[in-house]
Design a protein around this ligand. Sequence first.
Ligand SMILES: C[S@@+](CC[C@H](N)C(=O)[O-])C[C@H]1O[C@@H](n2cnc3c(N)ncnc32)[C@H](O)[C@@H]1O
Length: 285
Amino acid sequence: MNWKLRLQERFWGIAPWDAKHITDEWFRAHFDYAADVVQHWVGGVLDLPTARLLNFGCGDGITDLALMLRHGATAIHGVDIRREYAKLPRIAREQLGMSRIPAGMTFETIQPGAPLAGRQPLVDGIMSWSTFEHVQRDQLAPIFSDLYACLRPGGYFFIQIEPLFYSPFGSHLRRYIETPWQHLLVSEDDLWRAIEQHKGPMAADEVDFGFADFGVDGYKKFVFNEYRALNLLTADELVEITTSAGFKLVRQERRSVDMEIPQALRGKYPDELLLNNEIFLLLGK
Ligand SMILES: C[S@@+](CC[C@H](N)C(=O)[O-])C[C@H]1O[C@@H](n2cnc3c(N)ncnc32)[C@H](O)[C@@H]1O
C-alpha cells in the first residue's frame, strides 16, 4: 500500500488539501492544537523536515498528518494497539478534501507491550499524546526502556498527558459527567449509572471517530472501560519512571486548574495532585 502512495507522490507530489473543509471538532483539536504543541516542543529541538519520528499511541493519526502538512515533517511511524489510523485516508478526504495521505506516514498495530527495539535506523524523535495514562501500569517501565533503545543518542522524546487521573476530569468521563472529581467521590457503580442515564449531546471535541462505529450505547461502554483501565499515573511518577529508564529530563511544564477542591477530598490527596491536570515532558538521550 505504501509503495503505491510513494509512487503517486513521486509523480504528483503531496495531494492538495484545504483546511476550509474541516467540520469536525475532534479533527480540529488534533490537526491544529495538538500538532502545534508537538511542533513547539519537538520542532524546537529537532529539524522536523529531516527527522525520523515515532508516534507511540498514534490513535487515528490526525496529529501526524498535521505535522506533515503544516509543520514540514516527512517521516512519521505511528504505532498503536488499535487500528483507528486505518480511518485516516477517509478522514483526510472528508475533512481536508485530500485524495491520499502523505507517503511518509506509516502505521503499525502492535500488541500491548510488544518491544519495538532492534529496528534500524534508530529514530530521531518519539512523541506520545494522551497515551501513557492508558498503558497498563506494569508495562510502563519495559515500554520506556524499549523506547529508549529505539531512540538515537542525541534524540528527544516528548510526552503529553491530559487529563491526569487525580485532576477534576481525570476520569476521561467528562463527555458524560460534568461534576469535577466525581470519580474520586462516588463508587464505580454510580459513575456507570450516570453514564448510562446520560442523554443529549457531548462536547464535540471529545467525540472521536470511533463513536460512529460503537453507536451511543456501545460508546458509553467503551469509554467506561477506558476509565477502568486508566493506570492512575501522576506527573511525578511519569518523570520517575522515564528517568529510571535512562532518559534525561530536558524540560517539563505542569499545568494546573484553578478550582475549588471539594471538602470531601481536602486532606485525602495533596492539593497539588488534585489540581495538576496536564504534563508536557521533554526527555533526551
Ligand atoms: C486517548 S488515545 C490518544 C490517541 C492519539 N495520541 C490522539 O491524540 O488522538 C490513547 C491511545 O493509546 C493507545 N494505547 C493504549 N495502550 C497502548 C500501548 N500499550 N501501546 C500503544 N498504544 C497504546 C490506545 O489504543 C489509544 O489509541
